[in-house]
Write a protein that binds this ligand. Structure first.
Ligand SMILES: Cc1ncc(COP(=O)(O)O)c(C=O)c1O
Length: 406
């Protein structure tokens, strides 16, 4: 269901007796998003890995795994501690996608391996590999490692124009093979996978209503970039295999690139997280369409003047470069706008009402989406689950379980 004032009134009545602020997930939309991703995986005959940082709620992650058990395999995790939490909760098959060299993390990772769990740790440098090798030696075990390769687009062939993330320095076959050779010199690590995440494709909206020209430009750049990165990913994967490395998987993509990533023949699995909540920055992808499923509600506490309300709380700004798109998106009632000088406030958020706004009384909710997906769960201990227009359950977020992993 799209954002409408009728839907606003239905949700307002549904949450009438609940304490605000609250966060909720609409399971009808959430399950729809799981089905969208699972269908893409089935079409490509590949599997999906759950991007945990974008969900940060174990019961919802478990719902994905049971709802589409054939499509989903494993977790793309964000810290060693978090991975241990999931292992302790009975789960398996982890790709820790962000490197670490901290001794305490190494001990945690060793503990996970000793539990008999399948774990690959992302590396991109001799330093990362050495840290894992030393820890492997100390704990008398072998760590499986995953090479992350840089998928950014450099149309000029050099660093002057770098369209994409700044993560791994490995961009070429030669650089990848150099790291393979280095890994072969140490005994307590074994390369078992490659990850090439095209964040600039997966996270850039290119079907924004009313922005035809910009959309076309972005799609043109994306198309050229996908062509270039797919060739490069294939070449690196092929060369690493030819160097005698057996690869258990090649991981790529994210919510907004799921279709194109899974079409790359060198990729064996895609990652999805944010698309399942379809938060504010995940609405307008040309290649895949998700339904917004995760929201929060603030209480109207003041009316500073006609045509304006002020809500309690709301300053849940998303991470990343500072820009307006990182503000929470007020979605219902439809058409509410921030006051430029205040934005989303620490304890109070004023909003300008549109002319046709349904009447808002003190105590009424206003519904928002966080710009990012998992970050919503760092603000709430629990998520209310609704389905078929009813509240059916309440589940704990990572924060509600007592964790602040990062
Ligand atoms: C390595 C990696 N893969 C995939 C993703 C995409 O996840 P999502 O589906 O939440 O966009 C991310 C997000 O930052 C990532 O870091």
């Amino acid at each position: 269901m799209a954002f409408t004032n009728t839907r606003y009134e239905i949700l307002r009545d549904l949450f009438k007796s609940q304490r605000l602020p609250l966060a909720f997930v609409d399971l009808d939309a959430f399950d729809f998003n799981i089905d969208v991703a699972a269908a893409l995986a089935k079409k490509a005959d590949k599997t999906l890995r759950l991007g945990t940082k974008s969900l940060r709620c174990l019961p919802l992650m478990e719902r994905v795994l049971t709802h589409a058990s054939l499509a989903f395999r494993g977790f793309l995790t964000f810290t060693a501690e978090e991975t241990a939490f999931l292992a302790q909760s009975g789960h398996d098959d982890f790709l820790l996608a962000y490197p670490t060299v901290q001794p305490e993390d190494m001990n945690t990772l060793a503990w996970i391996v000793r539990q008999g769990k399948q774990l690959s740790v992302v590396v991109d440098s001799p330093e990362h590999i050495t840290a894992l090798h030393e820890a492997g030696k100390k704990h008398n075990l072998t760590f499986h490692i995953c090479f992350e390769i840089d998928m950014a687009y450099r149309p000029l062939g050099n660093d002057t124009l770098h369209l994409g993330l700044r993560r791994s320095p490995i961009r070429t076959v030669e650089q990848a093979l150099e790291l393979v050779e280095f890994a072969k010199t140490v005994s307590h690590v074994k390369i078992d996978s490659i990850m090439g995440y095209e964040g600039h494709i997966a996270g850039t909206n290119d079907d924004i209503p009313g922005a035809g020209l910009k959309n076309n430009l972005l799609r043109g750049i994306k198309k050229a970039s996908v062509r270039e990165l797919s060739q490069r990913r294939r070449a690196i994967v092929g060369a690493v295999r030819s160097a005698g490395v057996e690869l258990r998987f090649v991981n790529g993509g994210g919510s907004g690139s799921l279709s194109s990533t899974l079409q790359d023949e060198s990729v064996t699995e895609g990652t999805i997280g944010s698309g399942l909540y379809a938060s504010g920055l995940f609405h307008h992808f040309k290649e895949v369409k998700y339904k917004p499923s995760a929201f929060f509600a603030l209480q109207v506490v003041r009316k500073p003047k006609d045509g304006m309300v002020t809500c309690a709380g709301g300053g849940y700004i998303a991470s990343g470069a500072i820009e307006k798109s990182k503000l929470p998106l007020p979605v219902m009632p439809v058409g509410m706008k921030y006051v430029d000088l205040e934005g989303a406030g620490e304890v109070q958020t004023p909003l300008i009402l549109p002319p046709n706004c349904p009447p808002l009384e003190l105590g009424d909710p206003v519904f928002f989406q966080h710009a990012k997906a998992g970050e919503l769960c760092e603000r709430f201990n629990e998520i209310i689950l609704i389905q078929g227009g009813h509240i059916i359950d309440r589940v704990k977020t990572y924060r509600g379980e007592g964790f602040a992993f990062l």
